[in-house]
Design a binder for this molecule. Structure first.
Ligand code: DP6
Length: 335
């Protein structure tokens, strides 16, 4: 994990005043991209090839607690279970904590609890690294802006850069080679009627992590060449639709953007398909319902589950078409 130059200087300056770590805890919501991040221009720094825009999932996220280790040993717990230091989550979390320890001897206990129902089949790395960033900043008493926290969270997982806030969040790809301008910021949009539903299709582990999936796509898919430009234009148009609170426009763009991302993967060599027959069945059902007037649209990530976006007035019709849908009201909470 390499940290950007300008941020490193700011963090180093903040570290000058850092105290020995103390107990601290933080929460961060998970998020779903309406305009996807897919492809990196720098793998070590998680610098994206295109900007992206997401909606946070309110109470679905990660609570993380940092406790100075009295037993002198780093330890990590996930949902109450002690993890072996070698498990990928524990190893990544401790490596991330090293950014803050900056060489000092400060053994830590890290406890993370995800409130995302396992049955929802959603990844928790975005909320996990955002909550870990907030908790570490607070544990070390650092004076860092939320912009810097977004930039640091990005080093854990790209999508974590967008999980520092509730509501709609846009991650600007930035242009600086060191990534100092590749960070997210919340949009000043309050849209209480906006809804997102998770239609769980497959809750088992995914065939390939999003990190490996995007790297494989960038390296081998002939369709990827057009993606960065399309995605950047989609992100701008999606931001306009979000600001106008224009659900039909936003929905059509978000659905097209997600399908274009999956098309790049299908053209990878060998092909990569996160979508399962049941995902397509959900899409077919959605398209039929839409032909009959339902204003709901789909987006899918590096997994088989389908997420629907719509407005509160259509909640009953969405549930009638998709009884297993879990509906989230993103604006039921505030930053
Ligand atoms: C399809 O943020 O998980 O969900 O930066 O390698 O950790 P890394 O990838 P990650 O990728 C998310 C991909 C996506 C789209 C999105 O959330 O924008």
């Amino acid at each position: 994990m390499s940290i950007d130059c300008a941020a490193r200087n700011r963090i180093a300056a903040a570290m000058q005043t850092a105290t020995a770590p103390r107990r601290a805890s933080a929460y961060a919501p998970s998020n779903i991209a309406l305009s996807k991040y897919w492809g990196k221009r720098d793998q070590a720094r998680n610098l994206p090839l295109n900007s992206s825009l997401s909606i946070s999932l309110a109470e679905w996220g990660s609570h993380t607690e940092i406790v100075p280790a009295e037993d002198g040993a780093d330890r990590v717990w996930l949902n109450g279970a002690a993890l072996d230091a070698e498990t990928p989550f524990a190893a990544k979390a401790l490596r991330f904590a090293d950014l803050f320890r900056a060489g000092r001897d400060a053994p830590l206990h890290i406890r993370t609890r995800n409130t995302i129902p396992t049955a929802a089949g959603l990844a928790s790395s975005a909320s996990g690294f955002a909550a870990l960033t907030r908790a570490l900043v607070s544990a070390f008493g650092l004076e860092l802006s939320e912009r810097d926290m977004s930039l640091i969270a990005r080093l854990g997982s790209g999508s974590a850069a967008r999980s520092l806030w509730h509501g709609f969040v846009r991650w600007d790809r930035g242009t600086a080679p060191d990534g100092g301008d590749s960070l997210a910021a919340p949009l000043d949009v309050h849209w209480p009627a906006f809804r997102i539903a998770i239609v769980a299709v497959d809750t088992g582990p995914k065939s390939m992590t999003s990190r490996d999936g995007m790297n494989h796509t960038v390296a081998t898919s002939p369709l990827f060449a057009t993606w960065p430009q399309t995605a950047e234009a989609d992100c701008a148009a999606i931001e306009t639709a979000v600001r106008a609170q224009d659900l039909p426009k936003l929905g059509a763009l978000a659905e097209a953007n997600a399908l274009a991302m999956h098309a790049t993967m299908l053209a990878a060599r060998p092909a990569l398909s996160y979508l399962k027959p049941e995902s397509w069945a959900v899409l077919e059902r959605l398209w039929r319902a839409r032909a009959e007037g339902l204003q709901a649209f789909a987006t899918m990530d590096a997994g088989a589950n389908v997420k629907l976006i719509f407005e509160q007035t259509d909640s009953a019709d969405v549930l009638a078409a998709f009884p297993q849908a879990e509906i989230i009201a993103p604006f039921s909470v505030q930053n």
